[in-house]
Design a protein around this ligand. Structure first.
Ligand code: AMP
Length: 413
């Protein structure tokens, strides 16, 4: 005998107050992002594996070990989306969005899938709010994008937020720097952790992320990418910082900021909350000027971010959520009257009221209790003596013409 089936490890159900709180977060994001001209986008929950291998980068943790991939039945490998930027870029290319006024700005509220070890704030299916602006490399795009996430976190009351920002420069600078860093790491190999040592070739930048004490000591003196930026990248970065200052956004420059995805160029940033435990990252992103070309489009700059919905909700005070209003509950004294009750309920909803009818065959007494629990403003009761309408606020009850119930509930009795 096996027991009842449960949700898979690292996943969870959303219902009740949590579902309502989540809707409030989504509405806040929508309001803020749509006011800035971002339009909603929905992409499929799975994509060709190649999109992430090419887009996110074959050397990243995501592609190396965190993807849920499967065969589509025709020998093609598909992957449940681990992130949203590559899919939005795929969509931009596929739909010829370069013909629209640039940048094309989209936002999403979607679920993503990563095969990670579940822990507090880390799930295998999680939700992100994301924003992507594709088609302009103007530093104002970077500054506005960062500002929007800062405003979103502030409006939701996310506590103890810190913004760290850096720049990775152009790919050529990064490649040169990468070689320099590799030389440095090889020269100090003895102090590094096994894992960092094994990844010098593949992903040397991740050495900055290590919590291994020896590695951290070595990294303190490691060359910094920010010191090697080309003049135009440095100027771009300075303009982004200048606009953030003008907008009153507080930030710290972080010369070691390395994001887990390979596609970033120039600006990178991360918001964290000291109110969270080990998983303190709330959201982050950056510029990805090489990504679209990488997935087969024409060279096109882009900039965006994603913020974790669970982390936001963990780091913010509980959303004030009100139970949904119920204008009318329709009760009936015996089964013969159910048809009429059902019809009145449908008519009430058609005319814009919220209305519920008895659905579990309760006694009339039980139905009135249920109406009270549901917070109904009025109860219509189909009984032997006719149709009564009860005002649940005043307790007043009187017989009414069934055809006039909707008229009455539009007006106080
Ligand atoms: P990333 O796409 O890795 O840059 O992550 C962006 C944000 O998504 C992070 O700052 C987290 O808030 C959130 N996030 C990433 N992975 C997970 C996960 N496995 N579970 C919950 N939230 C996540």
């Amino acid at each position: 005998m096996s027991g009842a089936i449960q949700a898979p490890r690292g996943t969870y159900d959303v219902f009740g107050d949590q579902a309502r709180a989540r809707v409030a977060v989504e509405q806040q994001a929508r309001q803020l992002l749509e006011a800035a001209g971002y339009e909603r986008i929905e992409t499929p929950a799975f994509e060709a594996t190649d999109l992430f291998a090419r887009g996110v980068g074959a050397a990243t943790d995501i592609v190396q070990k965190e993807m849920f991939s499967f065969d589509d039945g025709g020998g093609r490998s598909m992957t449940l989306r681990p992130e949203g930027t590559a899919p939005v870029c795929r969509s931009y290319v596929e739909h010829g969005m370069h013909k629209r006024p640039q940048p094309v700005k989209h936002w999403y509220f979607s679920s993503f899938f990563r095969h990670e070890a579940p822990q507090a704030g880390r799930y295998r299916q999680f939700w992100q709010i994301g924003a992507e602006a594709i088609g302009s490399d103007d530093p104002a795009v970077d500054a506005e994008s960062i500002l929007l996430l800062a405003e979103l976190l502030e409006s939701l009351g996310v506590r103890e937020v810190r913004l760290r920002i850096g720049s990775l420069g152009a790919p050529a600078t990064r490649a040169e720097y990468r070689a320099k860093l590799q030389d440095y790491l090889r020269a100090h190999e003895g102090g590094l952790s096994e894992e960092v040592r094994s990844r010098i070739e593949l992903n040397p930048l991740r050495a900055f992320d290590s919590s291994h004490p020896g590695t951290r000591t070595v990294m303190e003196k490691a060359p910094r990418l920010l010191d090697s930026l080309a003049a135009e990248d440095r100027a771009h970065f300075d303009e982004v910082l200048g606009m953030l200052q003008a907008a009153g956004v507080t930030y710290e420059i972080d010369t070691t900021l390395v994001r887990g995805l390979d596609y970033y160029t120039r600006t990178v940033f991360e918001f964290s909350s000291d109110a969270l435990g080990a998983q303190s990252g709330v959201g982050g992103g950056g510029r990805y000027d090489g990504l679209i070309e990488q997935i087969g489009g024409a060279p096109t700059p882009g900039m965006g971010w994603a913020a974790g919905v669970e982390r936001i909700m963990l780091a913010a005070p509980p959303m004030p959520v009100a139970a949904p209003a119920l204008d009318l509950y329709v009760a009936y004294a015996k089964p013969e009257l159910r048809g009429q009750a059902f019809k009145l309920t449908a008519d009430a909803r058609k005319s814009g009221h919220s209305a519920q009818v008895e659905l579990a065959g309760r006694s009339l007494k039980g139905q009135l209790k249920a109406a009270g629990r549901a917070g109904a403003r009025y109860v219509a009761i189909f009984g032997d003596e006719g149709t009564a309408l009860k005002d649940m606020e005043s307790g007043e009850q009187r017989l009414v013409d069934p055809a006039a119930v909707l008229h009455h509930i539009g007006h106080p009795l």
